[in-house]
Design a protein around this ligand. Structure first.
Ligand code: DX5
Ligand code: ZN
Length: 221
């Protein structure tokens, strides 16, 4: 099953509750919430207080992408403010296994993200523990960047690795530069969870989501 996770980073923060209601009504499966710390990535976005307040007005699954150094420090806080899925970066965790274990112990689904220069192979011994692998298709830090086509090789590698390790394949999420123009090849590469910011929130939200849903139904899975 294909899932669409609109990235809130491109929403209009002045009317955030309204924008979330619109993506939900238009058929988004979850909302992708990018948290940036100004250290792991150059910018600071938003954090727990914002998530806590939108939790009160939205029934969407909160898919929180932490671009934060040593995120183990904040796992419980994100559970408390309403995260359902918590994804941490391989590159940001000294003790990735402990971090993932703690996310699950807190009752959230756990994801691991890899930057463009990081090979899928580093996930071999964590794959059985995670619900989601996030393949970054741009360098994290900004919305609206250009998709890196080399990253299309990675979803297939995740599937191979899962087969080699004899574990069921986690959801494969892709994030960055995904548009209605390249969605076909992204799905064909094996991703099943699609993050899209600019291409959902700029222009007509409902029409954009309908476009993604149509691409999902045209893809054979
Ligand atoms: C980038 C973020 C993305 C970003 C995607 O650091 O992780 O989620 O918001 O935005 P678009 O779809 O515009 O590339
Ligand atoms: Zn993201």
């Amino acid at each position: 099953m294909y899932l669409l996770s609109p990235s809130m980073l491109s929403a209009d923060f002045a009317v955030l509750g309204e924008q979330l209601a619109r993506v939900e009504a238009a058929g988004a499966d979850m909302v992708h919430i990018d948290v940036m710390d100004g250290k792991f990535v150059p910018r600071i976005s938003y954090g727990m207080p914002v998530i806590e307040s939108i939790r009160k007005v939205s029934g969407l699954v909160f898919d929180v992408h932490l671009m934060v150094d040593e995120p183990i420090r904040f796992v419980e806080d994100f559970k408390k403010c309403g995260a359902d899925v918590l994804t941490v970066h391989y590159e940001a965790c000294t003790h990735l296994h402990t971090t993932i274990t703690q996310i699950k112990r807190c009752g959230m689904k756990a994801g691991v993200a890899i930057n463009p220069a990081t090979p899928v192979e580093v996930l071999r011994y964590i794959l059985r523990e995670v619900d989601q692998v996030l393949v970054m298709t741009v360098n994290p830090g900004y919305g609206g960047q250009k998709f890196l086509p080399d990253m299309l090789k990675k979803p297939g590698r995740v599937m191979e690795l899962a087969a080699q390790e004899k574990v069921s394949c986690p959801d494969i999420q892709v994030d960055g530069g995904i548009t209605l123009e390249n969605i076909g090849e992204v799905l064909a590469a094996g991703a099943n969870n699609i993050v899209a910011g600019t291409s959902v929130f700029y222009g007509n939200i409902e029409a954009n989501i309908a476009g993604f849903k149509e691409a999902f139904s045209n893809a054979v899975k």
